[in-house]
Design a protein around this ligand. Structure first.
Ligand SMILES: Cc1cc2nc3c(=O)[nH]c(=O)nc-3n(C[C@H](O)[C@H](O)[C@H](O)COP(=O)(O)OP(=O)(O)OC[C@H]3O[C@@H](n4cnc5c(N)ncnc54)[C@H](O)[C@@H]3O)c2cc1C
Length: 293
């Protein structure tokens, strides 16, 4: 039996991943699955488990660089409405793991919930934000999560309560295959005041990242007490190029790539160069925040 037999309504072969990532480079997924229901999701997971096929989940693609040779096995994507719904229950906002973080933030502000507006400007999905504990100076996604439902690689759905979840700097104990949904328990606030706060935060955030039209990605975690951006800058790397990849002048912890002709390999070689230059000049080992698939 072929890997995808009986699943071909929602599993496609040889799907280019570049348009689904922020870097817009890299190869294709051997199989790309967009399940429409939880049952379909479980059927792919169980099939991959039984066949020993590699399985990964792609959210908004803002923290992933796909290698030029592509990804073997199955890449899952939770873009169907069953996985992107956002609803409010009393003081709790419940979001599907595939929901855009931006939509969740705007819903919470509109409903007069305070907290999530501090995450405005972070691209990607709720699942991606919880998996990476995305955040910034004014807070991290994990601090607002009160419960989550996850699915393991074995196909088991597990409900996790607040006291079973641990979040640290760009780290999360929610490392199962799928974050299916997340509950955020939030304080009430005034929607107008929250909108002002969100707009202010949006302006600050936009000023410290590459321009919206540029294919890009954030590269390194900041070592404790230091800033990755400053370290890359101090190592004299701003504007350094390898092929079609360049260290962003505006924010040196980002790499930007040329729309035409850049390869994923250019980005990987530039990352290696940045890392070795920072170690050589400043004696600091930088750790990747970006995932390379
Ligand atoms: C312009 C720009 C600005 C950024 N600013 C910030 C910032 O301010 N702060 C910050 O922390 N990060 C920032 N990032 C990095 C990135 O946006 C975050 O890490 C984001 O949360 C990743 O979400 P995603 O949905 O795009 O995940 P992806 O990049 O698709 O995936 C990242 C990881 O999360 C996993 N994942 C995704 N969805 C799920 C799910 N539903 N269940 C289980 N696992 C899942 C993937 O398997 C993968 O391991 C920035 C990136 C860019 C390009």
């Amino acid at each position: 039996m072929s890997l995808t037999a009986g699943l071909d309504e929602f599993v496609r072969p040889n799907e280019p991943l570049a348009p689904r990532t922020w870097f817009r480079v890299g190869g294709a997924a051997e199989h790309f699955a967009t399940p429409r229901t939880e049952d379909e999701l479980l059927s792919v997971i169980c099939r991959c488990r039984d066949e020993g096929t590699p399985l990964r989940l792609l959210g908004g693609g803002s923290n992933v660089l796909v290698r030029d040779e592509g990804v073997s096995g199955v890449v899952l994507h939770l873009s169907s409405p069953a996985f992107t719904a956002i609803r409010v229950q009393g003081n709790t906002l419940v979001a599907g793991g595939g929901a855009r973080l931006g939509h969740v933030i705007s819903t919470s502000v509109r409903e007069g919930f305070a907290g999530l507006e501090s995450l405005v400007g972070i691209p990607g999905t709720v699942g991606g934000a919880l998996h990476t504990n995305a955040g910034g100076r004014s807070g991290d996604a994990g601090q607002f999560a009160s419960a989550a439902t996850v699915i393991t690689r074995g196909g088991d759905a597990i409900a996790r309560q607040r006291d079973e979840m641990v979040f640290a700097y760009r780290q999360s104990s929610l490392d199962e295959l799928v974050i299916l949904s997340v509950e955020f328990q939030l304080d009430k606030g005034d929607p107008e005041e929250l909108t002002r706060r969100m707009q202010k935060q949006w302006i600050l955030k936009k000023a410290e990242q590459p321009m919206g039209h540029q294919p890009t990605g954030r590269i390194f975690k900041s070592p404790r007490g230091m800033s990755a951006e400053n370290l890359v800058d101090q190592a004299g790397l701003k504007g350094t190029r390898v092929g079609g990849a360049e260290v962003c002048d505006r924010h040196p912890n980002f790499i930007i790539v040329d729309e035409s002709g850049a390869k994923s390999d250019d980005v990987i070689r530039l990352i290696d160069l940045m890392r070795s230059r920072v170690t050589e000049r400043l004696g600091v080992e930088l750790e990747l925040e970006l995932e390379i698939w």
